[in-house]
Design a protein around this ligand. Structure first.
Ligand SMILES: [Zn+2]
Length: 291
């Protein structure tokens, strides 16, 4: 990772969470990965960082993406610039952000030359830096959601790109409900506790598309990934004969054995059999209970 970002090692400031700067940097890293451009317009930050703050930051009366956009400069990790000498002078004179001015004059922000050059020369710094920020500021359960919201790909061994639409496509395809139990929950406008699950794991080369996806609540996602349940070629849920539990297990898991999953809204969205077969042979800890 780029050492300079270690300055942002405080996830709490005066007892309050401080995710603004890390989220701005994560967003900028994602845009850099996609476009290789040094600067992004304030307008983009204003809308996209606001969404990130709403979804992943603490609840606040107002959300102010202009604050980190301006103040991150003072950490020498960011710079902002306009398009004329007057802009330059005005921006230099500011002691606090001027959102309206930023918007009206298409003010841009981005990494300073030294960091930009490091990123251009060594693009796997993106992953290291992003992982550092995620680990320092957010619990693990946030990481995938943040990465998919900004469309950032971490290059583990492979450098396959994540499809930023995978989660949204899967939510739409299954009408925002767990395909097994129908669970859905919203916090304000954000779906919480619902995952776009890969049938064939992304880590095993499973693609990030709807034919390898299924929308599951967190409980069923976990059980699916751990091989306690699977889906057969008739699109019925199957529970392992080796799985057992309490009454709640019966009502949340066993009662769905042999039941059809919720259909996606289009026939073309059904999971492909090759991925379901992969899950049965590589993940599921069978044998299947009879229907
Ligand atoms: Zn469920």
């Amino acid at each position: 990772m780029i050492e300079k970002f270690k300055k942002l090692n405080q996830s709490v400031y005066k007892g309050k969470r401080a995710p603004h700067k890390p989220l701005l940097i994560l967003l900028a890293l994602a845009r850099f990965q996609q476009t290789k451009k040094q600067y992004i317009p304030y307008e983009t930050v204003d809308s996209e960082l606001r969404e990130l703050l709403i979804d992943f930051g603490p609840l606040r009366k107002r959300y102010q993406p202009d604050l980190p956009f301006f103040h991150l400069q003072h950490d020498n990790l960011w710079e902002i610039k306009g398009h004329t000498p007057e802009d330059a002078e005005y921006l230099k004179s500011l002691s606090k952000p001027e959102r309206k001015y930023f918007l009206e004059n298409n003010i841009m922000g981005g990494f300073p030359d030294d960091i930009y050059t490091d990123l251009i020369n060594n693009q796997n710094e993106i992953s290291g830096t992003a992982e550092y920020l995620l680990n320092t500021h957010f619990p693990e359960s946030y990481h995938e959601d943040i990465l998919s919201a900004i469309g950032l790909t971490l290059d583990k061994k492979e450098s396959r790109k994540r499809n930023p639409k995978f989660r949204t496509d899967t939510l739409v395809a299954y009408e925002y409900k767990c395909a097994i139990c129908g669970f859905s929950s919203l916090l304000n406008r954000k779906y919480v506790g619902l995952d776009a699950a890969h049938i064939k794991w992304f880590q095993a080369g499973g693609p990030d598309n709807i034919n390898n996806g299924i929308l599951l609540c967190v409980l069923h996602h976990k059980l699916f990934d751990m091989g306690l349940i699977t889906i057969d070629d008739s699109f019925d849920l199957r529970v392992s004969e080796n799985a057992h539990g309490t009454d709640f297990f019966d009502s949340m898991v066993l009662k769905f054995n042999g039941q059809k999953l919720r259909n996606p809204i289009r026939k073309s969205y059904y999971p492909k059999n090759e991925y379901l077969d992969w899950h049965i042979s590589e993940v599921f800890h069978g044998p299947m209970r009879e229907k």
